[in-house]
Design a protein around this ligand. Structure first.
Ligand code: GLC
Length: 490
């Protein structure tokens, strides 16, 4: 903890700030594959705004980070990192964005890859290297965190290595660790034989990582971090249940005393219909007029005729837990409610093929973009009327908040962060919700939205409420700060 004493007249005022290192395998504006990057790009910014010295550390993805971003980086230092019996080079580059210092850990052998951020045969080794390198970096830079907040399985070995190798070293002894779970479906599970060669943990300590006969990186972090957080209060409870936990409920129940959930916020500067340069016309909660031009722009993009009916949108990775089997089951009924649909996403081929087929079946009513396209995604958020997110499980979900901010009414299944962020319009909320994982119930919620849409005054009130909802980081950042302070002994 760092204390400053400022002399103001004859009083002493105490200003307290913390040094926080936020470790993530992806962060906006540099590299993204999902919501983690949004959070790593916006929570530290909110912490800085609150007066703390928060910095981000991430891998230097040579082929993903844009050349103009690379130009602004400066080299700080280099050193070697133990990876099993080897020592691997690590360079550190740095750059400041929106008041937040980012550190980039460079090793081209691990992070110069052609096909995205993850999914390589050696992912385990790549993030063993990264996690160890984050700690080694602290010997070489002029920044001494009191808190390291590590995220997801890729950074899960940071608290493990800290406890095994660093905690008694001079300069390291007072660091506290928070581990945040963004999705418990991805745990970093590997065969036990990895330990000997590459993880570099003494055999007598392997039990820290061992779970159900495998090595499980996330289990190691749950075991060794001082606090475990997840990205919504409801998800924090859900993961104690085997239906949600992907096998980790046993260990999480044991560690419940140090686990909690804080709802994510979104970057309200990045997602702002009043200033967003990528959308066709600007609009606000007070004046929705521009939204009509944004709607027409979608139909131009998709080369489809625009009818005087509501447009329902989906923007997602096509993964099993996102609820696309419900959508598939009643898709004809949704279109039968006299609606148009636009879908953007990629992932499991069964869903990609399904939406492609629906586009062929209803060429004037269903638009489909296969892939990840953040600019088109924003245009859809701005121009659509309703946003469908029927997830089977959803740790937090950011899309429903972004949609609401652009006046696109969310229709969600009440699970995880969807439950914590979207209250039903029937309870004076900002969207439509359904409880059971059931296609009929989902269709029921869509029908209620459709009915409301036919009443222009009611719909306009709903859109205003959705746009006025506060999804900024202001309140959740305070919760993180409270937790960090508690750990620092304040
Ligand atoms: C993961 C989760 C998502 C969450 C995001 C950011 O992508 O699946 O629900 O919003 O992380 O925490």
């Amino acid at each position: 903890m760092v204390y400053y004493y400022l002399e103001v007249k004859c009083y002493f005022v105490e200003v307290l700030f913390m040094n926080i290192l936020y470790a993530a395998s992806e962060a906006l504006p540099f590299a993204a594959s999902g919501g983690l990057a949004d959070v790593a790009g916006s929570l530290p910014k909110a912490l800085v705004k609150a007066g703390h010295n928060a910095r981000v550390v991430m891998p230097y993805y040579v082929n993903t980070i844009k050349p103009e971003q690379k130009e602004k980086m400066h080299f700080i230092t280099n050193f070697t990192v133990p990876v099993g019996w080897r020592h691997q080079y690590c360079g550190v580059f740095s750059q400041e964005v929106n008041g937040v210092t980012y550190y980039f850990l460079d090793n081209e052998y691990y992070f110069k890859r052609d096909n995205g951020l993850y999914g390589y045969f050696d992912d385990a080794e790549r993030y063993v290297f990264f996690s160890r390198a984050v700690l080694e970096m602290l010997r070489h830079i002029d920044f001494h965190p009191q808190i390291i907040n590590s995220n997801d399985w890729q950074c899960a070995l940071i608290p493990v290595y800290y406890n095994l190798f660093y905690r008694n070293e001079y300069g390291f002894d007072s660091i506290k660790h928070v581990f945040t779970i963004h999705n418990i479906g991805y745990q970093g599970q590997y065969g036990l034989d990895l330990v000997k060669d590459m993880v570099g943990i003494p055999p007598c300590n392997v039990n820290i990582l061992e779970y159900d006969g495998d090595i499980n990186f996330m289990k190691g972090a749950i075991e060794t971090a001082d606090k475990v957080t997840t990205v919504s209060p409801t998800y924090a409870k859900e993961i104690l249940d085997p239906w949600f936990s992907h096998g980790l409920d046993r260990i999480l129940r044991n560690k419940q005393y140090k686990t909690c959930g804080f709802l994510n916020g979104i970057d309200v500067d990045l997602y702002n219909p009043e200033t967003d340069p990528t959308i066709a016309a600007k609009f606000s909660a007070k004046n929705h007029k521009g939204k009509a031009a944004c709607k027409s722009a979608i139909f131009e993009e998709f080369g489809m005729p625009q009818y005087d009916v509501p447009t329902i949108a989906m923007i997602s990775r096509f993964a099993d837990h996102k609820g696309f089997d419900l959508v598939r089951y009643v898709f004809d009924d949704i279109i039968g409610l006299d609606m148009q649909a636009v879908i953007l996403g990629s992932g499991e081929s069964q869903y990609e093929d399904f939406f492609q087929e629906m586009h062929w079946r209803y060429p004037d009513k269903v638009g489909f973009y296969r892939g990840y396209n953040p600019v088109l995604a924003k245009k859809i958020y701005a121009g659509a009327d309703m946003f469908l997110m029927p997830s089977k499980s959803e740790p937090c979900g950011l899309a429903q908040m972004i949609a609401a901010r652009y006046g696109t009414v969310p229709i969600v299944r009440s699970t995880g962060g969807l439950r914590d962020s979207i209250i039903d319009a029937g309870d004076n909320g900002i969207g439509y919700t359904f409880q059971s994982y059931n296609a009929g119930d989902m269709l029921g919620a869509i029908k209620r939205a459709r009915e409301c849409y036919s009443n222009k005054t009611e719909w306009s009130k709903l859109v205003t409420r959705a746009m006025n909802a506060d999804f900024s980081w202001d309140s959740s950042a305070k919760l993180y700060i409270g937790l960090y302070k508690e750990l620092c002994g304040e």
